[in-house]
Design a protein around this ligand. Structure first.
Ligand SMILES: NC(=O)c1ccc[n+]([C@@H]2O[C@H](COP(=O)([O-])OP(=O)(O)OC[C@H]3O[C@@H](n4cnc5c(N)ncnc54)[C@H](OP(=O)(O)O)[C@@H]3O)[C@@H](O)[C@H]2O)c1
Length: 246
């Protein structure tokens, strides 16, 4: 409690909730943000007890880190997290919400397993919707009011021929996440909502063949969202700021 009081007394430049942050893109986001003593980061993950690399950041970085439990596919627990967030963000509000959790499957339209499609949809689409609903009161109090939904070019309907038949359930889910982003903007125009592809990044999901390093992807994403204005709301962007055709 004492530590929390002292950081709330400081003039924070940025508060951010990153979901999820145990590894990959989410972890690197938290790592880079914590380099600044002015940033307060709430890192949400499924298993805080085993997220040792995340906890270790507390020793080596300068910002304020809170690690909380959140599983996007368990909607009641997402809603219940408002009680955990209240003492952390209740006064300052939330500047940036990053909906990052995602899962994929190697399937096609004529081989996909229906339960797997629903599992992917639950995590990649319904999860971000419920997390955003839960965080809305905190965002409304924040200075920046930005929702960043981590999507993929796999969700681009206009360029589907480049990807072809593969990763069908994943592509369907990311196309739906793009629509969710536009619906969020339509309902709350004062919130800047962006849907973004981080590039083909070297993570467990991206694999070794990926050509973008996590450091590069995240530093560009952070530059993009920290300078975003209302004119960027409702855009589908690549990590380097290029527009992606819907
Ligand atoms: N890497 C790429 O090339 C690439 C390209 C385009 C888009 N993306 C998108 O970028 C985002 C991050 O991908 P990544 O490459 O970092 O993937 P990753 O290395 O596979 O990590 C996925 C992250 O999502 C978390 N997660 C999965 N299901 C969850 C759930 N139900 N509740 C909470 N957390 C959950 C995982 O947590 P656990 O550790 O608990 O499993 C992990 O932290 C995803 O949305 C992905 O679709 C990635």
């Amino acid at each position: 409690m004492c530590a929390m009081a002292s950081h709330l007394a400081r003039a924070l430049q940025l508060t951010l909730l990153d979901y999820s942050s145990s590894r990959g893109i989410g972890f690197e986001l938290v790592r880079q943000l914590l380099a600044s003593p002015d940033n307060l980061v709430v890192a949400a993950c499924r298993n805080p007890a085993t997220a040792t690399a995340l906890h270790d950041l507390k020793d080596s970085t300068r910002g304020v880190l809170h690690v909380i439990h959140m599983d996007v596919s368990h909607f009641d627990s997402v809603r219940a997290s408002a009680k955990v967030l209240e003492p952390i963000l209740g006064e300052t509000g939330l500047d940036y919400l990053i909906n990052n959790a995602g899962i994929a499957a190697r399937d096609t339209a004529f081989t996909l397993d229906p339960d797997e499609l629903l599992r992917i949809f639950r995590t990649n689409v319904v999860g971000p919707a419920i997390v955003s609903q839960t965080c809305l009161p905190f965002l409304q109090k924040g200075k920046r009011k930005i929702i960043l939904n981590i999507s993929s070019t796999a969700g681009s309907i206009a360029t589907v021929e480049e990807i072809g038949a593969r990763n069908t359930s994943y592509s369907i889910s990311k196309a739906a996440l793009n629509m969710l982003t536009l619906k969020q903007k339509a309902e709350w125009p004062d919130i800047i909502t962006i849907t973004l592809c981080p590039g083909w990044v070297k993570t467990d999901m991206g694999g070794e063949e990926a050509y973008v390093e996590t450091e590069e992807s995240i530093s560009k994403i952070l530059a993009l969202i920290t300078s975003a204005t209302a004119a960027d709301s409702g855009k589908f962007l690549r990590y380097n700021g290029e527009a992606i055709p819907w």
